[in-house]
Design a protein around this ligand. Structure first.
Ligand code: ADP
Length: 327
């Protein structure tokens, strides 16, 4: 159903919440990388999903590939290379699980994913293509994203983007905006933070989301996540909805947005299958109550994730999500 391209990496999560990285005495090794998290999140919810990306031929890379495989992600097009080491991200945790990232080993193996890794036949067998902007900060991964977008569009797939802007990764942050805008021309399903919405549209409110829908004709759905404030969204059809976050004890918010988006995409795939239509079509046509339900279930996936350390390790299964939303 889904092909995801992007980075799989190791989050080195500080084991002392509230302490900055410079003072942290130790780190726990957690599998991560936003697109890989979305792939694992979708697989745990029961979607059929393939991850296209590159890791190093080192213990971290081999661990990541095994982790994805064990979680039900198709890793046929996940390449292990001797040309670079697996990327590491150091994560400092705040007292309420807030995160601060520092990347090490950039450019790492993840940036070596190339257009040749994206088999057109593999893409054409899916219904949804997902990527993030981190891959666009380097080459050849940037070209891989463009190839993925082109091939997915040619095959009629619904195209999903989580902006996930990380200024530190860009030699020229202005370039991030230019490339994100270019990618948005092809995107149907968009997830941003409030900051990213403001960066792209000039404001972090509903008017900003509506401007994006006006400016980018393919967009069906704009979803904005606001951490402990929950999420809201606007559709092409004009529906607007907001859903409050669940009140839970957050220990590590790494991967919350990815869990959220995996749950949102999973629901759209289900609605699309039942309606005999594409995810982009059902997203554009959601009415406000259906949109609110979609956000609430995605919020639940986020809430489950923030209560557990790590990103991938914390992503809920279908059973965990059902149990949480039924309470
Ligand atoms: P990202 O990780 O992309 O920055 P957010 O931090 O906005 O995304 O989190 C995504 C979703 O996860 C939120 O919309 C919310 O539903 C849930 N979430 C995040 N942080 C918390 C929290 N502290 N308590 C409860 N839910 C949270």
């Amino acid at each position: 159903d889904v092909v995801v391209v992007g980075e799989a990496l190791i989050d080195m999560v500080s084991d002392r919440p509230g302490v900055s990285i410079g003072e942290a005495p130790g780190f726990r090794k957690c599998p991560g990388g936003a697109p890989a998290n979305v792939a694992v999140g979708l697989a745990r919810l029961g979607a059929s999903v393939g991850f296209v990306g590159v890791v190093g031929d080192d213990p971290f890379g081999r661990y990541l590939k095994a982790f994805l495989r064990q979680n039900g992600v198709d890793v046929t097009y996940m390449r292990v290379t001797k040309e670079a080491l697996t990327t590491l991200a150091f994560v400092a945790l705040g007292p309420r699980g807030e995160t601060e990232f520092s990347f090490y080993r950039r450019p790492g193996a993840d940036t070596l994913v190339s257009p040749e890794d994206l088999s057109p036949a593999y893409l054409a067998s899916a219904r949804l293509f997902h990527f993030g902007t981190v891959s666009m900060a380097e080459q050849p991964s940037q070209s891989a994203v463009w190839a993925g977008i082109e091939r997915a569009a040619a095959a009629g797939l619904s195209i999903s983007l989580d902006v996930n802007y990380r200024p530190a990764l860009w030699a020229d942050p202005a370039q991030a905006l230019v490339l994100t805008r270019r990618a948005l021309e092809a995107v149907h399903l968009l997830k941003t933070s409030g900051d990213e919405l403001e960066m792209l549209s000039g404001s972090r409110d509903e008017a900003g989301a509506r401007r994006l829908l006006d400016d980018y004709s393919r967009l069906s759905l704009v979803v904005v996540t606001e951490g402990p404030q929950g999420s809201w969204a606007v559709t092409r059809g004009g529906a607007v909805a907001r859903a409050a976050a669940f009140e839970v004890e957050a220990v590590d918010t790494t991967g919350a947005g990815d869990a959220f988006w995996a749950a949102a995409l999973w629901q759209l795939l289900g609605l699309a299958r039942r309606a005999g239509r594409s995810p982009k079509e059902v997203a554009a046509a959601l009415d406000a109550p259906a949109l609110r339900r979609l956000l609430a279930t995605a919020n639940a996936a986020g809430a489950l994730t923030v209560q557990v350390q790590g990103a991938m390790t914390a992503l809920p299964t279908r059973e965990e999500l059902d149990r949480f939303t039924a309470r």
